[in-house]
Ligand binder design. Sequence first.
Ligand code: AP5
Length: 226
Amino acid sequence: MEGAGMPGSVVVLLGPPGVGKGTQGVRLARSRGWAHVSTGDLLRDARETGSELGCQAQAYMDRGELVPDDVIVGLVKERLNSLPQSQGVVFDGFPRTIVQAEALDGALADDGRRVSRVLLLEAGEELLVKRIAGRRSSPNGRVYNVYFDPPEREGLCDETGEPLLHRADDQPETVRSRLAVYRKATAPLADFYQRRGVLARVDGEGEIGAIHEAVQTIVQKKQVRP
Ligand code: AP5
């Protein structure tokens, strides 16, 4: 819900695998009428359609490694170009490297926009591993958890009734690689955005609704304090 003719807000959700970026990203986007842009979802969609890009990305994803920056930046630019400039956007899982963050700045600057807020969701690794082990995803993007946020009917999406899926990269060994990659390549982005004064830390260990409220408060504060 942005002002008419005003450039839309651009919010980034940063944090390790399993911390709740997707869960919070979907809720934030729905509540504010923003687009939710998840590079993980874009890659999984590309894989589903059997596109060349999707097939190339699959090997990286299956190993828990990052897909090359140029592939990701190309995907994101294409998605951004498909949205009106006045559309607010919440990025989930992007950027993940300094190169991607700089490319995002460049793409936004072309439209006179900038990243308005980066929310760093934080949680301990033991909890992250348990959350990922229990994750089940609906084909419509809604995410559940057999331990923490189960669907009403076991194995089926509450919204569409479709069978829930277990992601191939959620095997324990791959999760360990993803956490190591996060620490090395993505965690430095916290300092990058801290220096710009746009970083806010959010405790990702609480209850989903309480975290959503905290996220909303931070995003709203940014809007009233230019
Ligand atoms: P991606 O799909 O982005 O995975 P990720 O970053 O590893 O994050 P996850 O999706 O695992 O976790 P999440 O933080 O979204 O948590 P969620 O909300 O699901 O990326 C997958 C792969 O694609 C990467 O490994 C890489 O290969 C590639 N890729 C993607 N983007 C890339 C990029 N920019 N550059 C290069 N490569 C890229 O929650 C997890 C579970 O916990 C769920 O079951 C949920 O229900 C539950 N949960 C969430 N919050 C709570 C809570 N507060 N309390 C209890 N349970 C909770």
